[in-house]
Structure formats: structure tokens, C-alpha cells
Design a protein around this ligand. Sequence first.
Ligand SMILES: [Fe+2]
Length: 161
Amino acid sequence: MNLELTNRILTNETYCKELDRLRKLEKDRVFCGHDIEHFLDVARIVMIICMEKNIEVEPDVIYSASLLHDIGRSEEYTENIPHHIAGKKKAEKILDETGCCEDMKKKILSLIFNHSNEDNEKDSPESIFYTADKKSRLCFACASRDICNWHENRKNIKIEV
Ligand SMILES: [Fe+2]
């Protein structure tokens, strides 16, 4: 599987600094974190859903978008800017720095911008990405489940395949 862009992002200096900043801001967070494990969980779940539904996606686009999709969380915490908006802007800079082509950039930025949007077109990559982001959370094993603001019927209370 060709994950060339994904691996360029992973070692990009701006990206590493942003991840470090986010890690510090979430140091005392009791709810789900937005770290590299979450990003990879999202990417892998997207790939599984796409395989099950026979939907063709470019792995490098999915993994790159996964690495970047929550990078705007820092601005949401410090400046109250919705993270899909702050994240898209930051991701664009990182994608330019990593030499991403325009076609992939457009797809990746759309995934980032729409990853919190419940109204994406059914079975679109954006809709699958949204689902994977939610499904990645292990509510059934979470110590903060009772104080989490996710609606009770949206929490993942059992393991599903
Ligand atoms: Fe996420």
C-alpha cells in the first residue's frame, strides 16, 4: 500500500509541533484524546468499511486526512474556533509543505472539513469518515462515560463488526 504522503506528513516539522501542542493541551483531559492512536483507528475503520461496501478510496488520502483531521482542536480549546475550520487551514499549510498534489489536497481537505458533519451524502468518503471517527471511540471501556456529553444512544456500548 502506497502511503507516501502519509509518511511525509508524519515527519513534517509543522505537523510534529502541532501534535505536541495538542498533546500538552489535552494533558489533563478525561475524555477521548486526539492522538496518533485515534488518527490511525479512524483510518483503519474507514478502510474496513470501504472494503465491506466495495467502495474504492485512495489509502494515502484516507490516512493523510486521518492524521490531520483533529489538528485544529488546539484552536478550538484556546480560541473557540471550530476544529474542522481551524484544522482545514492548518492542514492546507502542511499539505503544501509536504508537496501534496492538488487533487489529493482537495479530497483530504474535504474529509477534514466535513468530518463532524452528520449530513454528508450517504456512502460518500466524507460520510464514512464521519462514521469511523465516531466508531473509533471505546465508550464501553471509558472511565468518563457517565460524564461524557455524547448522547447516551450515540455511545459505542458494545463491540461491533
Ligand atoms: Fe477524530
